[in-house]
Design a protein around this ligand. Structure first.
Ligand SMILES: [Zn+2]
Length: 281
């Protein structure tokens, strides 16, 4: 299998790639941006143009029913005898819960592990595909090639190396397990209902478009009833990562924003908690 990055626009150079990308995606309001000074430009991005797409981790955070949930154990919190404050916690939980990244190795033995995903692939233009109509009509809706083509007809072709985010509207249900996952039985993942990506659309994206990653505002890229995770497998085989349980996707424009997704760098990880930001055009 060929693991060379399939993202020439981004792989070329770190900041240069990002800046070229930002320039291509939209015109920042500052007339000096983005060429002069990347740090100054980033520092000048107004808060209302930054979106946090990650949920916080606490005891209510949604995990896959069979996965170990998030735990924060307080190791210290208080004034020391020396008179200063000191707090520290230990944390524990599955790689696959809350807002997290699926590394390709999650479903492809030879795919990238979390630490091996090139950082160029984690900074990308983002497309947001409105899949709310299909999801509202069918809780198990699997986003189709036609829906992706309809997005492209309105907003232009999905660029190679982009992250494609599916907006199903399921974020409104977070963190109510019964409504978000379709079932709240601990340890049982056989009766889940939520929308995802169809295998055909996963194949279309992987083969025809070459995205860096696919994101969604549900617990999984595959729809809830899936037991064979075909979309995961198609994407993972092409070294395309997934971002699951994304927050605030309704604030993404269909095109023009830039995504920054930084997973915890777990050596040989199959995924991990991820902080996802979007910079609006
Ligand atoms: Zn996962």
């Amino acid at each position: 299998m060929n693991f060379s990055p399939r993202r020439p626009a981004l792989a070329a150079a770190g900041w240069a790639g990002l800046l070229a990308l930002i320039a291509a995606c939209g015109t920042p309001s500052s007339p000096t941006a983005p060429h002069a000074d990347a740090a100054a430009w980033l520092a000048a991005v107004p808060a209302d143009r930054l979106i946090d797409l990650s949920y916080a981790f606490d005891t209510t955070t949604v995990y896959w029913p069979t996965a170990r949930r998030f735990e924060r154990i307080q190791d210290a919190a208080g004034m020391t005898p020396e008179g200063y404050w000191y707090a520290a916690n230990s944390i524990c939980g599955s790689e696959h819960g809350g807002t997290h990244l699926d590394a390709p190795q999650h479903f492809a033995r030879d795919g990238w592990t979390t630490d091996r995903i090139p950082i160029e692939a984690l900074v990308a233009p983002v497309r947001a595909i409105d899949a709310r109509a299909g999801a509202a009509a069918d809780a198990d809706h699997a986003v189709t090639v036609e829906e992706i083509r309809a997005h492209e007809a309105a907003h232009g072709p999905i660029p190679r190396g982009a992250v494609v985010v599916l907006h199903t509207g399921w974020g409104d249900r977070w963190p109510d397990l019964k409504r978000y996952l379709g079932d709240d039985t601990p340890g049982d993942a056989s009766r889940l209902h939520f929308p995802g990506l169809s295998e055909a659309a996963a194949r279309f994206l992987a083969v025809e478009r070459g995205p860096a990653g696919i994101g969604i505002d549900t617990a999984s890229i595959d729809p809830g009833p899936s037991q064979d995770f075909r979309s995961h497998r198609v994407l993972a085989a092409a070294n395309i990562y997934a971002l699951e349980n994304l927050d605030n996707v309704e604030r993404l424009p269909p095109a023009g924003a830039t995504l920054i997704a930084l997973p915890m760098k777990i050596a040989n990880g199959s995924g991990g908690p991820v902080r996802v930001l979007a910079i609006l055009p």
